[in-house]
Structure formats: structure tokens, C-alpha cells
Design a protein around this ligand. Structure first.
Ligand code: HEC
Ligand code: HEC
Length: 431
């Protein structure tokens, strides 16, 4: 049992586990390894990987195919605790789901262009986020309150203004236009829009001749056809995950419709996560734990075998428009994902292949963007699979590249390997 003590996290440990954790999340989030008290974590020990999921926003009441895979997508994390219930010293963010806390911290850091220790104290290499000794943290609380109020009173409850709206990557927002003003540039085409940003950017003119079904059907044909997708029972992928200066070996084993096991190996050790269709687990140097809630939702949504192959079932309210991406003509489908996120899917207009997924998650203080790029599609026994996947998120660690050197489909995979392993003989934690 961890001892009662301040809510702390080891920065070096966090870095390592974050790297491991991030690879796990194909819609990437920041992982934070937290050594915490039993009291503050409820029943869950140690590792907390923040998720961007907002289950409450999931589109309800729409009819959709009822496959196992589909049910897996929609399953919401078990009754989620609020930030106030889980954390020690919360004054303004109390009532929001705890899975949003770390994403909001990332958003605040990125909006100001700072690291966590701009607002939080570091004691002997440990971030102590519950401590209140920095004035910046106090200011941030006032800023959060102000931002919530602006949205509530001026924008009718819509999350229009975020920390980034004013700060734009600086601690002190610019208040005066810099002179000389930039020359009026020709209006950029829609493809030149900056970043993955918010969902409300300018859009190209609607192209009535193309429909969502056209684009999705062309994609299915491009990856090998519906029959090949339906025949997919297992997939085993081996390669590396590189984030910053770290490169880890990664293996992903998948079995239809929703079993998955992900193994990361680094010089510092091995971490595994798995889901056997009913329960999730994590195994690391400290032992074996159940994986639930947001972490499990991320594992499933990011790594299930059909995540990028059965797209239609994942969305409601889909629309399509034409755009440019890096000079290429693309068809962009926007939709509300069952996970609660809004997503944009970019398909190469010529080949039909999926090039990019951008997800946006609403939080009370702004939108959290995540981006995945798919490259180097190769044919594996009749199914086209991207051998390079780039992920990007708000924090440095979540930006990384998975490169596969071996992908096999429909090979035998031991079903038992998806079950929670027995704990290793050594006791996981000392008091
Ligand atoms: C701009 C200031 C700011 C930055 C940057 C920031 N935080 Fe925070 N953080 C806060 C504030 C303010 C609270 C308390 C919110 C409240 O009282 O509702 C908080 C609370 C927390 C808590 C809950 C502590 C507890 O148990 O009470 C954690 C954990 C946390 N932050 C982690 C982080 C991490 C990790 C980062 C870097 C990714 C980070 N924060 C970056 C301002 C910041
Ligand atoms: C409406 C514009 C606006 C919004 C929205 C806004 N801020 Fe600010 N913020 C400012 C301004 C202006 C200052 C500088 C005040 C000063 O210099 O005294 C500031 C200062 C700060 C500071 C102090 C910086 C320092 O160097 O000490 C922090 C911390 C901060 N903001 C955090 C946030 C966070 C976190 C959010 C989102 C929850 C946010 N702000 C949203 C306008 C804004």
C-alpha cells in the first residue's frame, strides 16, 4: 500500500512512463506517472494516463450497427470521478471529470508556452502539483474562473474563448499590434490553414458531387475491399516508437473484434497493456494492475484492429468537403465520434487512402487537438497498412513516430495472451 503523503510525481519516472504510455495512445495524450496516496487515487494505484474522452458527449440515441466492435467503441468508462473527488487541492475545476485534468494542464502549458513548473513547485526533482506556493498558480486559478465566466456569460455557455485565445503561446498576451503591419497577403487557399486547431476554421466551398459514402467506399476499396477487411481476424505488428530522443521497441497484437495487447520495450524495462474483450490490464516493473476508465478507453480506441478500417461505425453526423493537404487534393470527412470527440478524416482524393485523423476534445477551458498521420502504406496479404504513423499532441512527449518493420495478418495469436497475466512473484510496492 503506498504511504499517505503529498501527491507527487517523479519527473524522470514520468518521462519514461510517459514515453511508454504515449505510444499506446494512437489518439495521443500525455501520460503522467503519478505516485499518489491511496486516498487521492481511490481504488486505483499509481499509473494515471489522462484521457481526452468525454463520455457524456457521446452521441446517444442514434441507430447504428450493433456489432461487438461497435459496442466496444461506445462503452463509456465506468462512472467517472470528478477532479474534486480524486485530487487534493482543487478549487475551481472540482466538478469536471478527472480524465480532463491532465489534458487541461497540457492545454494551459501549451497556451502559455511553459512547462508544468511554471505554476507548480518542484521539490527534490518531484513536481508537487497540490502545493499552493507559486503566485502563478494563484493567477491561473483566477484566469480559469475568468475564462469559464466569459464563455458562460458572453458566449451562452459555448467554449469559444480558451487560454490560447489570449495567450497564443506567451505568458503575457500581446495587447498592441506590432508595427509595421504585415503586408496584406493574398488570401490563402483552404489547404493553407494553420494547424489542427479548432473545428471552426474557414472551409472550402461545398462540393455537392462527392458524398461521405463515396469517400468511405473508395477508402475501403483502396485498402483491399470489404471482404478482405471482414476476413481480418488477427494482426501482429512489430517496430519502434520514437519520441524525442527515445526509441522503444513496440509490438502490437490484435484479434477481432476488440482484443489487443501492446508491448513496449526500452532499456529501462518493459510495459504491457492488454484487453481481452472484457477486462483491461497493465503490467510494468511494479506488477500487474487492472486498467479501467479513461485509460482502457484509450487503449481500445487507439489500438483495436478495426480502428482505422471500419470508420463508418465510429461516427455520426458525417459531412464531407474538399481541401488541400500539403498540396494534395483531399476529401475531408468531419464527424462526431462515439468516443465524444469531433474528428476530421483526410483522404487522398487520388488513391482514396486515409492520410490524417485530427481529433478535438472540448474541455471547459478550450479544445484539445490530437493528430495522427498515416504514411508508407504497404500491401500485407491483400490489405493496405500504413507502416509509418506519426502522432502529435499538445505536449512534447506525445509527439512521436511509430515505424513498423513487420506486419502479419491472420496468423495464429494465442488468445490467452490477451488475458491479465499473473502478478510476478516480487512484491510490487513497499510501504
Ligand atoms: C498556468 C499554470 C499551470 C500550469 C502550466 C500547469 N498547472 Fe497544474 N494546476 C494549476 C492550477 C491552478 C491547479 C489547481 C486547479 C484548481 O484549483 O481548480 C492545478 C492542479 C494540478 C493538479 C492537481 C493537484 C491536486 O492534487 O490538487 C495536477 C496533478 C496538475 N495540476 C498537474 C500539472 C501538470 C502535469 C502540468 C504540466 C503538464 C501542469 N499541471 C501545468 C495550474 C497549472
Ligand atoms: C481574455 C484574455 C485572457 C484569457 C482568456 C486568459 N488570460 Fe491569462 N492573462 C491575460 C493577461 C492580459 C495577462 C497578463 C496580466 C498582467 O500582465 O498583469 C495574463 C496573465 C496570466 C498569467 C500570469 C503570467 C505571469 O507571467 O505571471 C497566468 C499564469 C495566466 N494568465 C494563465 C491563464 C490560463 C491558465 C488561462 C486559461 C484558463 C488564461 N490565462 C486565460 C489574459 C488572458
Amino acid at each position: 500500500m503506498p504511504k499517505e503523503g503529498p501527491f507527487r510525481m517523479s519527473i524522470t519516472h514520468r518521462l519514461f512512463v510517459t514515453c511508454l504510455g504515449l505510444g499506446l495512445l494512437s489518439l495521443v495524450v500525455v501520460g503522467v506517472e503519478v505516485r499518489t496516496t491511496a486516498a487521492s487515487a481511490g481504488s486505483r494505484p499509481a499509473s494515471l494516463l489522462a484521457s481526452f474522452d468525454i463520455p457524456a458527449m457521446a452521441d446517444k440515441g442514434r441507430s447504428a450497427p450493433r456489432s461487438l466492435w461497435h459496442r466496444s467503441l461506445k462503452e463509456s468508462p465506468q462512472t467517472e470521478k470528478t477532479i474534486g473527488e480524486v485530487r487534493k487541492n482543487i478549487q475551481v475545476l472540482k466538478d469536471f471529470p478527472d480524465s480532463q485534468l491532465i489534458p487541461m494542464m497540457n492545454l494551459m502549458s501549451a497556451s502559455l508556452g511553459v512547462k508544468c513548473d511554471f505554476c507548480h513547485t518542484v521539490n527534490a526533482g518531484h513536481l508537487d502539483p497540490a502545493a499552493d506556493d507559486k503566485p502563478e498558480k494563484k493567477t491561473a486559478r483566477e484566469m480559469i474562473t475568468m475564462t469559464l465566466n466569459i464563455n458562460k456569460t458572453t458566449f451562452n455557455g459555448r467554449n469559444e474563448v480558451s487560454c490560447f485565445s489570449c495567450h497564443g503561446g506567451h505568458t503575457h498576451p500581446l495587447t498592441v499590434p506590432a508595427l509595421p503591419l504585415p503586408e496584406a497577403a493574398p488570401r490563402p487557399g483552404p489547404g493553407a490553414r494553420p494547424g489542427p486547431g479548432g473545428p471552426g476554421g474557414p472551409t472550402g466551398p461545398a462540393a455537392p458531387q462527392i458524398t461521405v459514402d463515396d469517400v468511405l467506399n473508395k477508402y475501403v476499396a483502396a485498402v483491399g475491399g470489404q471482404a478482405a477487411i471482414d476476413k481480418l481476424k488477427t494482426r501482429v505488428m512489430k517496430g519502434t516508437y520514437t519520441t524525442g530522443a527515445n526509441t522503444l521497441n513496440v509490438e502490437i497484437d490484435q484479434s477481432a473484434p476488440d482484443k489487443v495487447r501492446v508491448i513496449f520495450v526500452s532499456p529501462q524495462g518493459t510495459m504491457e497493456r492488454g484487453f481481452n474483450g472484457s477486462g483491461g490490464w497493465e503490467k510494468n516493473q511494479r506488477g500487474v494492475q487492472d486498467l479501467g476508465g479513461a485509460q482502457l478507453a484509450d487503449l481500445k480506441s487507439g489500438f483495436m484492429i478495426f480502428h482505422d478500417l471500419k470508420l463508418k461505425e465510429q461516427f455520426t453526423r458525417m459531412n464531407v468537403r474538399k481541401e488541400k493537404l500539403d498540396g494534395k487534393d483531399v476529401n475531408v470527412i468531419t464527424g462526431a465520434a462515439l468516443s465524444g470527440k469531433r474528428e476530421r478524416l483526410y483522404f487522398d482524393a487520388e488513391t482514396g487512402l486515409l492520410l490524417r485523423r485530427v481529433a478535438s476534445t472540448q474541455t471547459p477551458i478550450g479544445v484539445i487537438p490530437e493528430q495522427i498521420d498515416y504514411e508508407d502504406y504497404r500491401d500485407v496479404d491483400g490489405v493496405k497498412i500504413p507502416f509509418t504513423i506519426r502522432t502529435a499532441g499538445l505536449d512534447n512527449f506525445s509527439t512521436g513516430t511509430r515505424k513498423f518493420n513487420e506486419v502479419k495478418i491472420n496468423v495464429p495469436v494465442d488468445d490467452a495472451s490477451f488475458n491479465k497475466p499473473a502478478p510476478p512473484p516480487a512484491a510490487p510496492a513497499k510501504p
